[in-house]
Write a protein that binds this ligand. Structure first.
Ligand code: DGJ
Length: 336
């Protein structure tokens, strides 16, 4: 599968080379190194995107090899079009906050905006090795692009919490999604008004991680991956008309055999424009032995009524003001 994906990517890149003069960098190229405005590789793994004052901010794990190995880093990038990203630097630089040991973990950071935009609150999965602590970390900043200062860690709702996701509903309510292994499912937990704690909203009985949610066309869609560590697996989704459920059975986001194109869900990003609304699947193509070199798979999902489908990755462009996408169909399709 990996070979097939790589073969296809090479074909895609070669094909694009001939059209580069036309499309320049104005496309998202799933699986390719994604460069920021300084030509540096974007380090925003397991990330989340926060919209604030018409600007998108992409936060994620910064795995730059020259980072101090005793610290953990979150990088931030800003963009108005979701294609070109300007580096805002390392907005969280954290030394082991709780004597977690040399292999401590900070993963999947997500940033929420306070109701009056006065405060910005970052959540992330905080853990020791091997993932026993199972807590969330909370850090705050007066500016969206940092610096974030560690405040506390806790187990949301008193439950073990590993992968986290973020969701902001159309009414502005903010939710933390977290995977809870002992209860074999994940929680959707509404953030309190000060964003510093959570209240139970829903429990989805499915042992999945990489949880992500979107509200589209009157329905809620939840996406997750099975638990196979860094190895990819077919991601699945379910729908409901309210967060509390009932939720449908889970179905594959793409055909079983394509293995989610080797990616794992990180977020579902809704872009509502003047002409349409799209939902972008944001996934990670993990490289566990060189996490800094992990790539991103962002694709617009094909949305139906209570159905969603991840199409084969290919270069694509979008217009966030209109909410429209266009695929670059001159790329050689994957080998069957
Ligand atoms: C899967 C998770 O989704 C990742 O964020 C990471 O925690 C890996 N497991 C570690 O094996």
């Amino acid at each position: 599968m990996k070979r097939q994906f790589e073969r296809w990517l090479v074909a895609g890149v070669l094909s694009l080379a001939s059209s580069t003069l036309c499309v320049g960098q104005d496309v998202i190229r799933p699986g390719d190194p994604w460069l920021d405005s300084h030509g540096q590789r974007i380090q925003a793994h397991g990330g989340g995107v926060t919209l604030y004052k018409d600007v998108y901010y992409w936060f994620g794990e910064d795995r730059t090899p020259s980072n101090d190995p005793d610290k953990r880093y979150v990088a931030c990038y800003s963009s108005r079009d979701l294609v070109h990203w300007e580096s805002r630097g390392q907005v969280l630089v954290l030394a082991d906050p709780e004597r977690l040991g040399p292999h401590w973990v900070l993963e999947r950071p997500k940033v929420f905006v306070g109701r009056k935009g006065a405060k910005f609150v970052m959540y992330a999965h905080l853990d020791d090795a091997p993932y026993k602590l199972a807590r969330v970390m909370v850090a705050v900043s007066d500016r969206i692009d940092g610096q974030y200062k560690y405040v506390k860690s806790f187990r949301p709702l008193g439950e073990e919490s590993r992968d986290i996701g973020q969701f902001v509903d159309d009414d502005g309510s903010a939710y933390l999604i977290f995977e809870s292994r002992p209860t074999k499912g994940f929680f959707v937990a509404k953030l309190t008004d000060d964003l510093m704690n959570v209240e139970k909203t829903a429990f989805i009985a499915a042992p999945l991680e990489g949880g992500a949610l979107v509200h589209y066309g009157g329905f809620y869609y939840v996406v997750g991956s099975h638990m196979t560590g860094w190895r990819p697996n077919p991601n699945v989704y379910a729908t409901a008309s309210t967060l509390a459920g009932p939720w449908t059975e889970f179905s594959n986001l793409a055909a079983q055999e394509v293995n989610n194109y080797d990616s794992q869900s990180a977020m579902l990003l809704k872009v509502a424009g003047s002409k349409g609304t799209m939902v972008i699947f944001m996934g990670d193509l993990w490289r566990p032995h060189a996490l800094w070199d992990s790539r991103y798979l962002w694709m617009p999902l094909e949305m139906g009524s209570r159905s969603m489908h991840l199409p084969p990755p290919q270069p694509w462009s979008l217009n966030v003001r209109k909410g429209e996408t266009s695929l670059r169909s001159n790329v050689v399709p994957p080998t069957p």
